[in-house]
Design a protein around this ligand. Structure first.
Ligand code: F6R
Length: 615
């Protein structure tokens, strides 16, 4: 939540900051602001409530256009509403110092009282202005040592924060720090960058440095210095960004979400690449780490939101192939009780961003209690993989739309790979060749669903634009997909939606069915289990008898559903663990088309931010 960008170099910084903020806007869009040390050496600042476009309009006078040191911020409001005053940057030291922040400073109230008693006045309701004022006071009292003052301030803060600051008396210097919030460094030629993630600077450089927890960075055009909070030098970890700026552009698509839905065959292919050897799955990153799977008697998968639904699919696959019990835990529930974990537990975290605060805290909690940790993540240089014993990257490419689509498919793919890898290591699979062939066939089958069902499902959504509630039912691995279908619809169409395990219907939810109620039913293949298939067909009959409008997602050739369905969406034949990757696609298209029919912004739904870096 909140996007942060910083620049020092020879070029005018304003356009670089605005372009970086445009790429980070998915992290929050309640307000935006920039501060620049202008050509005269004075610090200038503009900030505006609303999306980045409002800030751009306010910059049309070119007052800040020639400064070459700058910081920029896009906000998801926590302390104080989305107003101009609460927007970042916040100023101090007679408006010569500017500071931006991502996170929550938990002890801000005590610090604010201390500063008020010292005569400081505040212009906003934010925790951030407290850090700015503290930095201003420290800077004045230490004789103008910005880095020393910054170090003193971060040592007084509690909570989660990424901070960037600059002072007009130090043009060509931006200082930053992080604790439990993201910050990466972009290395240019005679210029350097800071960003919440590499998207902030990828159009200028693909060389990056990841910095660890509780570290401070200072960038000048020629140098990057990283220290810990005590001021001792530390080594930052270099990495090359594996995608280019074009991958984070809309590229002619109507929305990022439309582009990312269409990119799923490629995202899944990229997740599979290099991890299938003959008829076996071998994940090279896990080479030498067999003990992760051998010395355990239990796996916990922890995640939030869509990532947690991918975890539920993973549970079925790991239990089936690796024969080890798996529990799925929402990260924010997991760490606030007293779970039974220890060195016989493998905790697998799943996160597209690698920065979700709840998931990060769950991983730290698990490590502290002796569990081994493995992260499935889409973002290089992110915090969660750095805090884990091992990482399997999904390589889905940048996901910009707030609603997760291709990252979800890539997460399920990574979990299927992990399950087959663990099954081989544990010796619990006699022949994986059929499943490996199924994996390899996935990209083409997903492309087929996109090709054959896009228009049909979009048309269906258009007809249903006035619908007030939609239910989703599934069994086995169809159950998590029902949950995901409902979440997609809620978050971008603002329509009430619920996903249920089909077997749960008669235990309560069937009371919701009234004439005309639309219900999507995910029908498992009869080839996998005639029994489970027949149970779902019975569920369909039960809701149909009560007047539901039934939209069925079923494999090609399944005729048993025809007499009871108002609409049939077809997916290609696939093995039982692989159907979720096909069945989710029409549900994503449906949510997107319905939101579009209602005239909503599918990429930036209200109240949401893509990367939830506060609890
Ligand atoms: C929904 C969505 C969220 C995220 C969740 C976890 O479309 O995107 O539910 O899945 O906030 O985010 P990550 O995967 O970044 O940890």
């Amino acid at each position: 939540m909140c996007g942060i960008v910083g620049y020092v170099g020879p070029r005018p910084s304003q356009d670089i900051l605005l372009a970086g903020l445009a790429r980070l806007e998915y992290r929050g869009y309640d307000s935006a602001g920039v501060a620049v040390i202008d050509g005269e050496g004075a610090l200038g600042m503009r900030k505006k409530a609303g999306k980045l476009a409002a800030l751009r309009d306010s910059l049309s006078d070119a007052a800040l256009a020639d400064g070459t040191t700058g910081i920029g911020h896009t906000r998801w409001a926590t302390h104080g509403g989305p107003t101009d005053e609460n927007a970042h940057p916040h100023l101090a030291d007679d408006d010569k110092l500017a500071l931006i922040h991502n996170g929550i400073i938990e002890n801000f109230s005590a610090l604010r009282d201390e500063l008020l008693a010292d005569g400081v006045t505040f212009r906003s309701e934010t925790d951030t202005e407290v850090a700015a004022a503290l930095l201003g006071r420290e800077y004045r009292s230490n004789g103008g040592d910005l880095q020393g003052a910054f170090r003193a301030v971060v040592n007084r803060l509690e909570g989660a924060f990424t901070l960037l600051a600059m002072h007009q008396d130090h043009p060509g210097l931006v200082v930053g720090a992080r604790r439990n919030s993201p910050l990466v460094i972009g290395l240019g030629e005679g210029e350097n960058f800071l960003g919440s993630d590499v998207a902030a600077f990828v159009e200028h450089t693909r060389k990056a440095l990841a910095i660890g927890q509780d570290q401070i960075v200072a960038i000048t055009p020629e140098a990057v210095t990283v220290t810990d909070f005590a001021g001792s030098p530390v080594e930052a970890e270099p990495f090359d960004v594996s995608w280019d700026a074009a991958a984070a552009e809309k590229g002619g698509w109507s929305s990022f979400m439309a582009k990312e839905v269409a990119e799923q065959p490629e995202a899944v292919a990229n997740t599979l690449r290099g991890r299938i050897q003959g008829d076996q799955v071998v994940i090279p990153e896990l080479d030498g780490l067999d003990d992760l799977f051998l010395g355990i008697n239990r796996i916990i998968i922890t995640a939030c939101g869509t990532a947690a639904y991918s975890a539920l699919v993973g549970k079925y696959a790991i239990e089936q192939w690796a024969r080890v019990p798996v529990d799925v835990e929402l990260a924010h529930e997991f760490r606030y009780r007293d779970p039974v974990i220890g060195d016989d537990t493998l905790v697998v975290s799943i996160s597209q961003s690698g920065e979700t605060m709840d998931t990060l805290m769950a991983v730290k909690y698990a490590r502290e209690r002796g569990a081994r940790t493995l992260s499935i993540c889409n973002t290089q240089g992110a915090t969660i993989p750095r805090e884990s014993d091992a990482v399997v990257y999904t390589h889905a490419g940048p996901e910009v739309a707030v609603a997760s689509t291709k990252a979800f498919s890539a997460q399920i793919t990574a979990l299927l790979l992990l399950a087959l890898h663990a099954g081989r290591v544990r010796g619990s699979m006699t022949d994986a060749s059929v499943d490996v062939a199924e994996l390899s066939a996935l990209p083409e089958k997903i492309a087929q669903v996109l090709e054959t069902e896009n228009d049909h499902v979009s048309q269906l959504a258009g007809w249903m634009a006035d619908t007030r509630s939609v239910l989703f039912l599934g069994r086995h691995v169809g159950y998590p997909i029902a949950l995901e279908g409902a979440l997609k619809l809620k978050e971008i169409s603002y329509i009430h939606a619920e996903g249920f395990a089909a077997g749960e219907l008669k235990h309560g939810p069937i009371a919701l069915i009234e004439p005309g109620q639309p219900v999507f039913v995910l029908v498992p293949s009869p080839r996998h289990s005639a029994l489970v298939h027949s149970k779902v067909v019975s569920n369909i009959q039960e809701i149909r008898a009560r007047g539901a409008r039934v939209i069925v997602v079923a494999e090609e050739g399944d005729a048993a559903v025809l007499p009871f369905a108002d609409e049939v969406i077809r997916i290609p034949l696939a093995g039982p663990m692989f159907e979720p990757l096909l069945a989710v696609v029409p549900l994503q298209i449906f949510a997107m088309a319905l939101a579009t029919a209602k005239g909503l912004d599918v990429d930036q739904p209200r109240n949401l931010a893509k990367s939830v870096t506060v609890e």
